[in-house]
Design a protein around this ligand. Sequence first.
Ligand SMILES: C[S@@+](CC[C@H](N)C(=O)[O-])C[C@H]1O[C@@H](n2cnc3c(N)ncnc32)[C@H](O)[C@@H]1O
Length: 295
Amino acid sequence: MTQEQAIRDQVAQDYAKAVLRPGAAPSSSSCCGVDACCQPEQKGVAVKSAGYSADELASLPEDAVVNSFGCGNPTAFTNVKKGDVVLDLGSGAGIDILLAAKKVGPTGRAIGIDMTDKMIAKANENIANSGLDNVEVRKGIIENMPIEDASVDWVISNCVINLSPEKTKVFKEIARVLKPGGQVLVSDLVVEDLPESVRNDPRLYSCCVSGAINETQYLQGLRDAGLEDVEVVDRFVYNSEQLKAFLASEILEENTSSCCGSDSASGGLSAEQASAMASDLEGKIWSANFSARKP
Ligand SMILES: C[S@@+](CC[C@H](N)C(=O)[O-])C[C@H]1O[C@@H](n2cnc3c(N)ncnc32)[C@H](O)[C@@H]1O
């Protein structure tokens, strides 16, 4: 097995554990910065802080909201129109494909890609409960998308590309599947001057920290793939309290559904380690929204 595949397998295993069991408390399921915005036990509030409006959240199955692991609201930054085809990379439990499906209406289509069977099963439950029939999830990896060339109007993604061990392939695949004139809107965690100790900490990969790149690398990756009008359209920088809440909720819980490595062989962090790490990371990690267009 390649090292890249081993990383994907670990990420899939961590996200499979993170999917809530029916009736489980939502506090144990946070990933990828959503809870960095809020109290860890207030999942609903946390998701709103990721940029979703109350109306958007109220329109979705509750399970799609509590199993949201994003760090932004990509469709809020798009002008997705009726009839468009929207592709969501790493669609998880489906929050953004459901929102996109409502925006594109019955003449459009929202397609998600995810590699984690439990996430796909949860998304399919949420799709069934939504009553929408213009939305689907395909099993696959975003480095080799199960999508035809030049077939989508929008590529969106919410806190996923940082998890890819082969980001250049992801950027190339985005360019391949977009129609000419098609657009990209990606929300993701980015980092600057990440300490080597954090970069090399395997417990911090699945929670979207260790694998994250900086804004310059992100913008260049999109440009190198042949996309144009590449820019950052919005940022949310986490303060140390938010980072502490994020790391504590992610890493400290043993034997729970946290996706941040606590169940891995490397074990979890102590409260003191999480607090020190939060101070080290202040100003070095934020959520950014990137936009781009295929010529
Ligand atoms: C942080 S969660 C985000 C889920 C969703 N976008 C949201 O906002 O709730 C990451 C998701 O991406 C999926 N994922 C991570 N790496 C992937 C890859 N290389 N290919 C396909 N799916 C991937 C995981 O299975 C997981 O469902």
